[in-house]
Every structure is written in structure tokens, then in C-alpha cells.
Design a protein around this ligand. Structure first.
Ligand SMILES: Nc1ncnc2c1ncn2[C@@H]1O[C@H](COP(=O)(O)OS(=O)(=O)O)[C@@H](OP(=O)(O)O)[C@H]1O
Length: 431
């Protein structure tokens, strides 16, 4: 049997919601911003420095200017916000760490050399989070959807080099994200909304994740607008959609499982780099979309499968792989078995590391099987010392599917899968 997939819920944030949010932020912050502007005008601290500061420097917090915080689940967030900034911000990011060798300072934002292109619900998040453990991998946490949705924004946007002067830094595990403006400081102080807006549009989050924000100034008079976000999505989604800074020799990568099935993507990826390494996680599973049994058929009585229904169409792996093979050699595409990623994560990760030309550093020592979750979890995820499983949205209970329907799907997928095995040069044993 082949793979079946779910509808994916992407976040869409209506303009009006964001408007309302910023409205609230404005009211909450206007007082402190006024004070801030006063201090600014009185000290005139930027005058001499503005023109000299074209590079981002490690920030030294001078003021915690504006906060919009409230109690959530009975715990005050204020102390933690300060902690996140004062102690932890900018730790865990090679591009920003001060180190006696000074080497870290050469880290730059580069276009990815490897992509996890698919497939949706195949285990792409697990694969990326596992790969992140490797010191030679720098991975973007969110799904940037550059080649399928944001292509018109251009490669500089993708890389994280905005046309405007903003720079973003994220501290993925610490739940604080900041946007730094290097120009027009006074104007920004009087109106932090555009900065917040840009920062916000870079996050795959919505208003409900926002716990607070603050504006601060650092040495060199860069303005930083920071948001503090709930922990619920930290492992799965908290990251800015731009490439992380990486050192020479590190592999930059991202995952957007939709790339695999979008017709225009292979050519676009090829135009970025003909050497990029492509990873596809493929799996055989049934989507958990009630009423699956009726949606899967064009005509239930004669058993005609609706092959254009997206969750079933995604599973036509041969068809999708064929499009990639028109642009990239088979050796540049690595297939990961979604089933084995669950039953033997270290084994699958070993092969991926070989494919990427990396030393096998992520091994069975890094995983344990969590019986409650029913999935492998990490003993120590990147940037943390505590064991971690993926979030609630990964590894869900699936409703059982009618046996006859399953049988019909097996028949439907059989020839497609056969063709896929031939193309892949590998039998995945689905039946
Ligand atoms: N270690 C571990 N922990 C949790 N879940 C795991 C793991 N390894 C693989 N999986 C499987 O990953 C499925 C989600 O796949 P994706 O991350 O590719 O989904 S998404 O397309 O990004 O939404 C998810 O599918 P569902 O069970 O349907 O939620 C899991 O089966």
C-alpha cells in the first residue's frame, strides 16, 4: 500500500487580527515609549554612533523599555522574559557566540545545501530535529515554503538578507525572538509597529502564541524589538523563516514537505543550486481525516478511488519523484523510510549522515523509546539537557479504517508503488 496523507493546517493570519494586535500593543506600550523617547532625546546617544554601526554586535542590554506582559496559567512571565534576554539570549547560536578563537564571528547566512522536500506527515519534523543534533548541521526550524509560496520574494529573502536593514536573531529553545533595526532608530522608537510587523511576518506563529514584547536598546544604539512566545510550539514551530547563520563546513538545511508535490519546485530548486542534496521521507499510512472512507472514493459503490483528493494524490510517489528526476540525478536524492525512522531512528539517521557526507555523530545513544508516546524521543535535544519528544501534533492516534477500504486502496496503489520501487531502486515493502 502506498502513502496517504492529511490535510495540513497552515496558519493564516488575517490582516485585521494583526491590526488589532498591533493596536493593543501600541496602547500598552505608548507610555513607556514616550519615556523612552525622552531618555533618548536627552542623552542623544546615537548621534555619533549611528553611521559607524553597520554590523550587528553582541547586544548589551541597557534598557528594558517596553513590556506587555500578563499572567498565563498563573505564572508571571516577567521574570522569565528578563531571564531570557539577560542570560540566555544569543546563546546557542554560532553566529553570535563570543568565542576566544573568534571563529564564530565568521558565520554567515547561506542558501541551503540540503533540503527535506517531503513528504507531508512522513516524519519530516522528527528527521529534522534528529539531524539538528549534528554539530555540522544548521537547520531552519520552521517551514519557509520558499520554492512553493514565496518564490517571488527572491533568494535574498530566503537566505534572510532583507532588502531593509533589519536583522533577525532567534533563540529557538529560549522562546524569545528579536528583530534589530540598524537605522532610523528614533523613528522606530516612536513607532515600533513596523518592526514588530516584520518580525511577526517572519514567524510561523499567531497572536495566541504571543505572551509579551519589549523594546530595548543595545550598545551602538540598535533598536531591538523582541517578542516572547508561549512554550507550546517551541520544538515544532518556533523559529524565524530565514536561514540560520552557519560556519564554513556546516550544512545549512530546511524542511518544507510540500516541495515534493508542487510542480514548479524542482526547476526552482535547481536554479538555486544544481548540487543541492534532497531528502524525502516516504511512508505508507492512512490519513486521519474523518470521514476518510467517503472522501477517498469518487464512487463508493464501484470502488473508484479519488486519486485527485490531495491526501491520496500525495501518495503517488512515483509521479512526484519522476518530476525531481528530470532535474536531479538519483544519487542526489535520498529516500528515508518513514517506518524505519520510527522503528530504528539511529539506523535511518546513519544513512542520512552518510548521504550528507557527514561523520556519523547522531547515533543510538541519542534516542530512547518513550512508551507513553509510542515513539522514539531525544535524550538531549539541541540546546537542552532534558529528554524531549515531539509535540502533541506528531504521533497522533489514528482511527481504524474499514478493512475493505484498505484493501481497495492497496489495489489502487500497487502499480504506482511498483513503479516507485523501480525508480527508487529500492523495495519499501508496502502491501
Ligand atoms: N519520533 C517521532 N515522534 C513523533 N512522531 C514521529 C516520530 N517519528 C516519526 N513520526 C511521525 O511523524 C509524523 C508527522 O510527520 P511530519 O512531521 O512530516 O508532519 S508535517 O507534514 O510536518 O505536518 C507523525 O504522524 P502522525 O502519527 O500522523 O501524527 C508520526 O507518525
Amino acid at each position: 500500500m502506498a502513502a496517504f496523507h492529511y490535510h495540513h493546517h497552515h496558519h493564516h493570519y488575517p490582516h485585521s487580527d494583526l491590526r488589532r494586535l498591533f493596536h493593543r500593543l501600541t496602547i500598552a506600550s505608548s507610555l513607556s515609549i514616550l519615556c523612552f523617547s525622552l531618555v533618548y532625546l536627552l542623552t542623544g546617544c546615537c548621534e555619533s554612533e549611528l553611521s559607524e554601526n553597520t554590523d550587528i554586535k553582541p547586544p548589551t542590554r541597557e534598557f528594558l523599555v517596553s513590556g506587555w506582559q500578563y499572567e498565563r496559567n498563573g505564572t508571571s512571565v516577567e521574570r522569565e522574559v528578563t531571564t531570557a534576554l539577560g542570560e540566555d539570549a544569543f546563546s546557542g547560536h554560532p553566529g553570535l557566540e563570543a568565542n576566544s578563537s573568534g571563529k564564530e564571528w565568521t558565520a554567515t547566512r547561506r542558501l541551503p545545501q540540503a533540503l527535506i522536500i517531503g513528504v507531508k506527515k512522513g516524519g519530516t519534523r522528527a528527521l529534522l530535529e534528529f539531524l539538528r543534533l549534528h554539530p555540522d548541521i544548521r537547520a531552519l526550524g520552521s517551514e519557509p515554503h520558499f520554492f512553493d509560496r514565496h518564490y517571488a520574494r527572491g533568494l535574498d529573502w530566503y537566505r534572510g538578507l532583507n532588502a531593509d536593514t533589519e536583522q533577525f536573531e532567534s533563540v529557538p529553545r529560549r522562546l524569545s525572538v528579536c528583530s534589530v533595526s540598524q537605522s532610523g532608530v528614533l523613528a522606530d522608537v516612536q513607532s515600533p509597529q513596523p518592526l514588530l510587523w516584520t518580525l511577526w511576518s517572519r514567524l510561523s506563529l499567531n497572536e495566541s502564541h504571543l505572551l509579551g514584547f519589549w523594546v530595548e536598546i543595545e550598545h551602538g544604539c540598535h533598536l531591538r524589538v523582541c517578542v516572547w512566545i508561549t512554550g507550546d510550539h517551541s520544538m515544532d514551530t518556533l523559529s524565524l523563516s530565514m536561514m540560520p547563520k552557519a560556519l564554513d563546513g556546516q550544512i545549512v538545511m530546511e524542511k518544507t514537505p510540500r516541495y515534493f508535490v508542487t510542480v514548479e519546485t524542482p526547476a526552482r530548486v535547481h536554479a538555486m543550486s544544481k548540487d543541492v542534496k534532497l531528502i524525502v521521507v516516504i511512508i505508507s499510512k492512512t490519513p486521519d481525516i474523518p470521514p476518510f472512507e467517503s472522501l477517498a472514493f469518487k464512487n463508493r459503490t464501484n470502488g473508484e478511488i479519488d486519486s485527485l483528493w490531495s491526501p491520496l494524490w500525495i501518495g503517488l510517489y512515483a509521479q512526484h519523484l519522476e518530476r525531481w528526476l528530470a532535474w536531479f540525478p538519483r544519487t542526489q536524492i535520498h529516500l528515508v523510510s518513514g517506518e524505519r525512522l520510527i522503528s530504528d531512528p539511529a539506523g535511518e539517521l546513519g544513512k542520512v549522515q552518510d548521504f550528507l557526507g557527514l561523520q556519523r555523530i547522531v547515533t543510538d545513544k541519542h534516542f530512547y523509546f518513550n512508551k507513553t508516546k509510542g515513539f522514539p524521543c531525544l535524550k538531549k535535544p539541541e540546546g537542552s539537557s532534558k529528554p524531549h519528544c515531539l509535540g502533541k501534533t506528531k504521533g497522533r492516534m489514528h482511527a481504524s479504517i474499514d478493512r475493505e477500504v484498505l484493501q481497495r486502496l492497496r489495489e489502487f496503489y500497487k502499480p504506482h508503488n511498483q513503479r516507485f520501487y523501480e525508480m527508487a531502486g529500492q523495495d519499501f515493502g508496502w502491501q
